[in-house]
Design a protein around this ligand. Structure first.
Ligand SMILES: *[C@@H]1O[C@H](CO)[C@@H](O)[C@H](O)[C@H]1NC(C)=O
Ligand SMILES: *[C@@H]1O[C@H](CO)[C@@H](O)[C@H](O)[C@H]1NC(C)=O
Ligand SMILES: *[C@@H]1O[C@H](CO)[C@@H](O)[C@H](O)[C@H]1NC(C)=O
Ligand SMILES: *[C@@H]1O[C@H](CO)[C@@H](O)[C@H](O)[C@H]1NC(C)=O
Ligand SMILES: *[C@@H]1O[C@H](CO)[C@@H](O)[C@H](O)[C@H]1NC(C)=O
Ligand SMILES: *[C@@H]1O[C@H](CO)[C@@H](O)[C@H](O)[C@H]1NC(C)=O
Length: 281
């Protein structure tokens, strides 16, 4: 099966789960015993995986049993069966986690056993870039699938080298959850902060990292469109003023032009008068 690297004795190592059946020497013999299949490591292009639990020693009547993943009941796994199987046909990193088979009894505490399904971290969410103004705060994050939950490290590329970022050092703050990490930088500095930031997730199976590019703009930057419009208005006003000033010396000939037709009118009038005079003649 999948544990090719493990000795078969270890592969068969069983998880004995002794449960909250409470003390008393007589009672201990009645504790349910659950035999489980070994832990699973999901690697590249794995075949189907089957998790098994067998209830081997129990003096109580079984009511029902089911599977949970990370504490959440898996739908449609509830049965009245002491031998349980859960099959993952195409296992992927997101199928990794802590699986439990849970047995409920009539008039007795429930019992469970754990099977770990492990996978290297895979970073499934992050920002490609973060664009902010100097003085503002930046926030970058990464979220992962893969189990065990990874150790997170944030690094910054400085002259081609990756330098670890230390939490709460100056303006840098790191918040880690099981499958999520967040880096905040407060009061952004245009000289030192822009660049490539890497989040690195590492667990016992493998490692993954992704990069976020932080850009920091001068705080004048948001004013540029406004300043552009202002400049346009000023240039326009200057052009109009200059044009108006140039127009003024030309005012006399300009006024003469409309007078032109009047002259011709008057000559026409003269002609008319002449005509009239001729007519009268
Ligand atoms: C559980 O029982 C089944 C059927 O008896 C057997 O094939 C399987 O190997 C057992 N699994 C474990 C983990 O003991
Ligand atoms: C579960 O199966 C057992 C044995 O077959 C039986 O005694 C018990 O009543 C069943 N429980 C339920 C809730 O059906
Ligand atoms: C398994 O049993 C332990 C110990 O009783 C308990 O703390 C835990 O919540 C149980 N888990 C599940 C999934 O039932
Ligand atoms: C970083 O430091 C803050 C306190 O300044 C703390 O609350 C937080 O848990 C720390 N984060 C990590 C990942 O250690
Ligand atoms: C991990 O991430 C998922 C969503 O990506 C979230 O629902 C879940 O609560 C997180 N935590 C654990 C412990 O899986
Ligand atoms: C993440 O950091 C670890 C520890 O420094 C390193 O061994 C590993 O190669 C890094 N992973 C990636 C994907 O760069």
């Amino acid at each position: 099966m999948s544990g090719s690297s493990l000795p078969s004795a270890l592969a068969l190592s069983l998880v004995l789960v002794s449960l909250s059946l409470l003390p008393g020497p007589g009672v201990a013999q009645n504790e349910p015993r659950i035999l489980t299949s070994e832990e699973v490591i999901i690697r590249e292009s794995p075949g189907p995986v089957t998790l098994q639990c067998n209830l081997t020693s129990n003096s109580h009547t079984l009511a029902f049993s089911y599977w949970t993943k990370n504490g959440v009941e898996l739908t449609a796994t509830r049965k009245n069966a002491s031998n349980m199987e859960y099959r993952i046909n195409k296992p992927r990193a997101e199928d990794s986690g802590e699986y439990h088979c849970v047995y409920h009894f009539v008039n007795a505490p429930k019992a469970n056993a754990t099977i770990e399904v492990k996978a290297a971290p895979d970073i499934t969410g992050h920002k490609r870039s973060e664009n902010k103004n100097e003085g503002q705060d930046a926030m970058m994050y990464c979220k992962s699938v893969g189990y065990p939950y990874p150790e997170w490290i944030w690094r910054k590329k400085e002259n081609g080298m990756l330098v670890d970022i230390v939490n709460s050092s100056g303006r840098f703050f790191i918040t880690n959850k099981e499958n999520y990490t967040e880096l905040s930088i407060t009061n952004l500095q245009i000289t030192e902060d822009p660049g490539e930031y890497e989040c690195n997730a590492t667990n016992s199976v493998g490692t993954a990292s992704v990069v976020t590019i932080l850009r920091v703009r001068s705080h004048l930057a948001p004013l540029w469109p406004f300043l552009g419009i202002l400049a346009e208005i000023i240039i326009l006003v200057v052009i109009i003023v200059v044009y108006e000033k140039r127009k003024r010396p030309d005012e006399v000939p300009d006024d003469d032009e409309p007078a032109g037709p009047m002259k011709t009118n008057s000559t026409n009038n003269h002609k008319d008068k002449n005509l009239r005079q001729r007519n009268t003649n």
